[in-house]
Ligand binder design. Sequence first.
Ligand code: UDP
Length: 238
Amino acid sequence: MEKRELLYEGKAKALYTTDSENLLVQYFKDDTTAFDGAKKEKLEDKGVINCAISTKIFEFLEKNGIKTHFVELLSPREMLVKRCEIIPVEVVVRNIAAGSFSRRYGVKEGTVLKEPLTELFYKSDELHDPMVCPNHVYLFGWASREELAFMIKEALKINELLKNFFNNVDITLVDFKLEFGRYNGEIILADEITPDSCRLWDKSTGEVLDKDRFRRDMGKVVESYKEIYRRIMERYGE
Ligand code: UDP
């Protein structure tokens, strides 16, 4: 499948049209941003590692009954995906307090939540992704009640699957962000699942292995992403 025209370029990925109107190429860039793009750097090979990690995770989720936009890996930085209509609501699932949750509610980072928590954010760079509640989603028409209920249920199902997936490679899944899209009358998981969009801590040492290394200038960002990929391949690689 050949790439045709650039359809959309985001901070870490780009989407290209293909010969088929139902399929796009999702290209993973090395660009890494934080704080609404205020901090920006190119990290060599990050795109390749994220494309590989996301591929393994989408394949694992598909095997476990989750519908995703993933079709196949085309090259080290490119995956073929279904062209869906992205719903502009980010679903964050949290198992352990960290990041904006810790700041907003004054909960010490690392506090285990008594049950998984879902939060919703409106996907808008201009407005800095404000947190929203279900009523905003219905009022603004971003998704229907049925669609949002499905997204939240699916996000919690994905959380259970991924907690187990990462636990098997000695990694704690702290939190992550999901995006969904409409495709053929269904809601499917879209975007990416990578250390850019998840918080992942080493289970025994608590070492941060995700994008917080970049946000907090901790160094060894790509090295940590590679370590995650190494463990995934050791456990799940063919
Ligand atoms: N996240 C993301 N994209 C966003 C905002 C958050 O992928 O635009 C991910 C983030 O990496 C973390 C989780 O969602 O795994 C929860 O992020 P949080 O709200 O704590 O945001 P922070 O302000 O710490 O980035």
